[in-house]
Design a protein around this ligand. Structure first.
Ligand SMILES: Nc1ncnc2c1ncn2[C@@H]1O[C@H](COP(=O)(O)OP(=O)(O)O)[C@@H](O)[C@H]1O
Ligand SMILES: [Mg+2]
Length: 319
């Protein structure tokens, strides 16, 4: 999958346990070895990038090797920050009575499911849109497919919501201005709430537009040659294409090597061949990489190097 080395943002996703973290870390390593300044970002609440890389990573970027840095987004921390930011923004806008009530509402809302996702998405947007740190490539190790999809679809879901809020606010302001006999457009221009909503909306559209840039952003599906991961990947491929996010490659991990022989392995390999053929047929026609089942689990740079070599091998079977 050498063709993905020149992208700016890659998401690695798939069912739990198929090797997303391993492949994301190995690809990030490959990119950094090719001279691309790379940041590996884990958005999975059950982070394991630190374990795979044998380097303690946290909520702020940390260098792993020259040209390779890592970061694990802490959802609870981001949610807290998100809520505090919302509070401080409001403090300039309203009187103390309204503020006390609003702060209470925000506290309540902060415990709602979804707020942590929103906060994580905000942090991802910051990384993608600001390109702070001057990285050439961001590699996201995502949570299992359903969750990743939900996150990446947030701009679509949220923008209609923000638009509706903006419309209500504008109508309210206009009604108030008319009642006061003032010029509605003048009142609209100075409204700080509208300002915040509009800034929010602009950021969402920017992220939406960026995610749709197939030349810069791609999702890499990771799976193993078994029934359930295959079905889930087929569904995910469909949903990503509906969401306008390009699938850039497919990694089939843990394929039994030719060297594995004997009755037990022959039976498993026969079953694998059925799934490999299905993977060829049912997943989008994008480059594939096959990674063999290694004799031990993968951690540390030496282990990752073996996976890295498979991911950026020169000759890749194409779908
Ligand atoms: N090709 C492989 N050969 C052997 N072990 C592997 C291989 N790929 C992944 N593993 C092991 O499988 C486990 C799950 O991999 P991981 O990357 O954490 O999956 P995910 O992030 O999808 O949950 C880890 O212990 C990892 O070392
Ligand atoms: Mg993982």
């Amino acid at each position: 999958m050498r063709h993905l080395l020149d992208r700016r943002v890659l998401f690695f996703g798939g069912k739990g346990g198929v090797g997303k973290t391993t492949c994301a870390a190995a690809f990030a390593l490959a990119a950094s070895r090719e001279g691309r300044r790379t940041l590996l970002v884990s958005t999975d609440p059950a982070h394991s990038t630190s374990d795979v890389l044998e380097t303690a990573l946290g909520p702020t970027e940390r260098e792993i090797l020259p040209g390779l840095a890592g970061l694990e987004i802490d959802a609870a921390r981001e949610a807290r920050r998100y809520v505090n930011e919302a509070k401080s923004r409001m403090s300039g806008l309203f009187g103390p009575a309204v503020l006390a009530e609003a702060a209470r509402q925000i506290e309540l809302a902060s415990a709602m499911p979804g707020v942590a996702d929103l906060a994580v998405f905000d942090r991802m947007s910051d990384l993608v849109l600001s390109r702070a740190g001057g990285y050439d490539l961001l590699v996201f190790d995502t949570a299992p497919t359903g969750h990743a999809l939900q996150l990446l679809r947030l701009p679509d879901l949220l923008s209609s919501w923000v638009e509706a809020l903006t419309r209500r606010r504008r109508e309210g302001l206009e009604a108030r201005a008319i009642a006061a006999g003032a010029d509605a457009p003048g009142a609209r221009g100075a409204d700080p709430v509208l300002g915040i909503l509009e800034a929010r909306s602009a950021r969402l559209s920017a992220m939406r537009a960026e995610l749709g840039r197939a030349d810069r952003v791609a999702f890499v599906l990771v799976l193993i040659p078994e029934r359930l991961p295959l079905e889930e990947s087929v569904r995910a491929a469909h949903e990503f294409s509906e969401a306008g996010i390009a699938i850039g490659g497919v990694i089939v991990n843990r394929v039994l090597p030719d060297a594995a022989s004997g009755g037990y392995f022959e039976a498993r390999k026969a079953q694998e061949r059925v799934y490999l053929e299905e993977i060829e047929r049912r997943l989008p026609p994008v480059p594939r990489a096959l990674v063999p089942q290694l004799e031990s689990d993968v951690h540390g740079l030496a282990g990752l190097d073996r996976v890295r070599a498979c991911l950026v091998a020169e000759s890749q079977p194409r779908g």
